[in-house]
Design a protein around this ligand. Structure first.
Ligand code: ZN
Length: 480
């Protein structure tokens, strides 16, 4: 297999056609096919086998801003033969599509609701997109589809935020009017409007947990639990506490966190710490360290990787002593994603910016944390998420850059994260960048992740969206 052939073909494709900025490859039976979204010029195909397809490799072309990111999730769920997908579309509203794996029928994009974000023109910066209110999706135990979106802290008109401060937008919950049907929706007025980074967890007995930050930076991270398919939620429970920093009360202890369902009725949390400075002049986006813990959803108690019980909510001091995975010594980290293996041991990935930007893969071996690096330094990873394919193989999907070319694809490890090998990327472009969702919940192997292709040209406001599986994109005949 010549690695460079598809790469070169990808460059040709992007440079020599107006439309086909994306090329991807599928590796199957030791044979490489190169395909593009639109017809490829003959120049690109001279020395490479090029197949022409009349079906589209993307399923929608109305992604807006940064339509996806791992921190609002799930972005999709496979449920009874259908994959449901949500993303941020025009005006930051939540859009949804569905794909039936048996009939190969696509439905959507459908505008499912209206986000409170993206509706007021920012006169100082008209191109600024908030992006915090991307939709999170879950299918409940009866097949109704739920989206939560539109939040970035809310404002004081929406009530008293006793667990944080005020920002913008309005966390909004909607539910499909019929099960397994994305065509019509109604608003469920049953959660606080202050939430940011909404994340759904569903347990095997169909309890639904909604995790989020209860406002902008200076707010607690909380969850709310529902045992009636999200018709009602119990009151928010704080798990990560915001408070004035010990010794420097102008600065606040605050957090970024990511949650994932684990085996044996658990929820895994990984998080980092943001020292939130008081005002715009001194405030910055510094986030440091990496932490992890686990919740038992039978009694909603938390423990650290060692299995020591935790007293909730965590303060900075307590988190440092009980849950720290990695002390970045003041250097930047960016919270990534996590999972737990069949033994319940925690695995997580996160970005660490010291001299270089590296993506660490860290797993609990039963007695200690083992750290390795996924990316060779010449590869810059934007975002990523992972799953365990079987006991030996961990697959990490990432959007990344290498030598000024953007890519999206899999990196695999067959030694529990110690070493990683890159697959041929599924998407490559010299005129766009890629952003990705977290991996789809309960995913069909053909449909594991959503990727948006954001054109570098600022005049192109919308992005194409791809549904990618183990070996390539799910196609559709047309976008309606
Ligand atoms: Zn802050």
């Amino acid at each position: 297999m010549d690695f460079f052939k598809p790469l070169i073909a990808g460059i040709f494709c992007s440079l020599f056609t107006l439309e086909a900025t994306v090329a991807f490859t599928i590796q199957k039976s030791n044979e490489t096919h190169h395909q593009s979204v639109s017809e490829i010029d003959s120049g690109g195909g001279q020395s490479n086998p090029v197949s022409k397809y009349d079906s589209l490799t993307y399923f929608a072309d109305n992604g807006f801003g940064q339509p996806l990111q791992t921190i609002q999730h799930p972005s999709g769920e496979y449920y009874e033969g259908v994959t449901y997908l949500a993303y941020q579309g025009p005006k930051e509203d939540p859009y949804i599509c569905s794909y039936n794996h048996q009939t190969k029928e696509w439905i959507g994009p459908i505008k499912a609701g209206t986000s409170a974000l993206g509706k007021t023109l920012n006169l100082k910066n008209p191109d600024k997109v908030d992006n915090h209110g991307r939709p999170a999706l879950i299918v409940d135990g009866n097949g109704y589809i739920h989206l939560v979106f539109g939040g970035h802290g809310g404002d004081s008109d929406q009530g008293d935020n006793s667990l944080g401060s005020y920002g913008s937008g309005k966390q909004t919950h909607i539910i499909s009017k019929k099960p397994r049907d994305i065509s019509s929706w109604e608003i469920m007025d049953n959660i606080p409007s202050f939430g940011t980074y909404s994340q759904f967890i569903k347990t095997p007995n169909n309890s639904i947990y909604l995790f989020y930050r209860h406002g902008p930076h200076r707010s607690d991270w909380v969850y709310q639990k529902s045992t009636d398919n999200a018709k009602t939620f119990a009151k928010p429970v704080s798990i990560l506490r915001h408070k004035p920093q010990n010794g420097n009360p102008d600065v606040y202890d605050t957090w970024y966190a990511w949650f994932q369902e684990g085996p044996n009725k658990t929820v895994i949390a990984s998080f980092n710490y943001h020292p939130c400075a008081p005002n715009r002049t001194v405030h910055n986006s510094l986030r440091i360290n990496e932490y992890a813990m686990k919740m038992n959803t039978v009694d909603d108690t938390w423990e650290n990787a060692k299995g020591e019980k935790l007293t909730m909510p965590l303060t900075k001091e307590y988190a440092d002593s009980m849950t720290m995975v990695f002390d970045s010594k003041g250097e930047k980290t960016r919270v990534g994603t996590n999972l737990a293996d069949s033994l319940g041991n925690l695995h997580l990935s996160f970005r660490y910016n010291s001299k270089n930007q590296v993506i660490y893969y860290v797993n609990w071996t039963g007695g200690q944390w083992k750290t390795s690096q996924i990316n060779p330094l010449e590869y810059t990873f934007n975002n990523g998420d992972m799953f365990i394919e079987n006991r030996d193989i961990i697959r990490f999907f990432t959007s990344y850059r290498h030598q000024n070319i953007s890519h999206a694809g899999w990196w695999n490890s067959n030694d529990i994260g110690l070493t990683w090998e890159k697959e041929i990327p599924m998407l490559s472009s010299v005129s766009a960048s890629f952003v990705m969702s977290a991996l789809i919940r309960n995913a069909h192997p053909d449909a594991r992740v959503i990727v948006a292709e954001i054109p570098d040209n600022p005049n192109e406001k919308h992005s194409k969206l791809y549904l990618l599986g183990n070996s390539g994109p799910v196609k559709r005949n047309h976008v309606r």
